[in-house]
Design a protein around this ligand. Sequence first.
Ligand code: KIV
Ligand code: ZN
Length: 566
Amino acid sequence: MNLKPGFQKYIPFQPQPITNRTWPDKVLTQPPVWCSVDLRDGNQALIDPMNLQEKLEYFHTLLDIGVKEIEIGFPSASETEYEICRELIEGGHIPDDVTIQVLVQAREHLIRRTFEAIRGAKNVILHFYNSTSTLQRKVVFGMDCDGITKIATDAADLIYEMAQPVIEGGTNLRFEYSPESFMGTEMDYAVEICAAVLDRLHATAENPVILNLPTTVENCMPNQFADMLEYFIRNLPGRERAIISLHPHNDRGTGVATTELGLLAGADRVEATLFGNGERTGNVDMVTLAMNMWTQGIDPKLDFHNINKIRDMYERCTKMKIGERQPYVGELVFTAFSGSHQDAINKGFHYMQDSGTDMWEVPYLPIDPADVGREYEPIIRINSQSGKGGAAFVMQQNFGYDLPRAMHAEFGAVVQKESDRVGKELKPEQIFQLFDQEYLSVPKTYQLERHSFQEDARHGDASQVEFVGEVSYKGHAMEVWGEGNGPIDAFFNALHNLPEAPIDGYQFVDYKEHAISSGSDTQAVCYIHLKAPNGQDVFGVGKSHNISRASLRAILCAINRSLRQA
Ligand code: KIV
Ligand code: ZN
């Protein structure tokens, strides 16, 4: 062996020449026919293949998702596989509208055993394959194209013959042929062998055969694959006799792109697995494909509204772990760490609420997390990189406090300081605790003990309001009175009149209030923005069942905070 060093030892992929390709101008408008190969391709790639119970649980999850074609295994490969096939059929697990698919190599004794395995099933796809690529012909089989074609056509003849009594017995039996390693096969030869198989299986437009064209090993770019496929479909005699199926693996990490471009190039069906489990880098991920369609306004006809439940089942049965960044399902995919992202998301939510739009228009979130059963709650976590809006967003989304925009920077700084101190991100509960310490439970140097207002509306619009109450300073209660053109003004004047430690020099800037509910209890929350005597902006928050008490508490909160800072 005289291997060239490094990258020079690889043979570049030879693209299929094609003129006037049409796939680049197409747009996906409908989902393909989905076939799950989790229980076969996925299962065969597990360190510990699934046992019967696990396969049954997985199978039922696929039914819940809405998959109608499910490759359940390779029943001729082992006793276990055979038994699982029998249990699914005899145990009544397969709904009438679901088709099971069984895989078999193009070899006589295995085909005979497979026919035994499917006895009594209502709907079956018998899937047979042999490898056709240049490399496999040369290295594995040492055969020319005619020899390889003969393996496929002999198997097709046997399958067709054995199928007749089964079909007459009431089974809806269909056929699928895979020229395994299609991506590495010369397209003219792929057309030739597939056409021969279609002939031998007596395929017609009424009884089409599934031609599954696997990217057994992904070794070219998605656009090159789309060219191959368009060429193949154009040249296949009697294309209407075939359902063109894709079976992409993911060696170059482009299984999803290969599938999407393959669909543009004319494929009708896709074989995939949940979360992309499968040999080596896996099969193409059905969830990503389906949810990609969903985000383009196409109903994929698969139900992933409770993705966490599906993930839990998957991790339990396969003992595989799903990565934190895995599209649509990973732990972190609905989390924004960057402050500018958080601000934009926040604005997106406000925009959607204010505009009343029917459409999803939130930057940085290509999908509404609720569509896959994920919550807004963990969308934003606060760390020292977060912007000022992030903390306010958490307060609104998680706890219902709609902080005025001017207050975002002040509270954001409090949160960032704490995040820097502890050196890690803060969870929503910790953010609420900071809010509570900073505003709701601030040390009460001044405290409102009781109060009443009297309003004199005799002067038309400009009413006169009188405040009478008791305010304590450092625990010492004082009767106090004040008058003003509204309750807040009257209270300010009363504070100014305090016999001991009068409050002076604060200017009222702004006010906001809203209701907040927890269970059946609804309270008013009030935010007050003041300018302190030293010119600094300071905010206070008050909460009460009584609106006016909430606003007076908010004023004292702002004053107590500014005194504490001083
Ligand atoms: O990847 C592949 O080529 C396969 C075939 C058996 C369909 O799994
Ligand atoms: Zn495969």
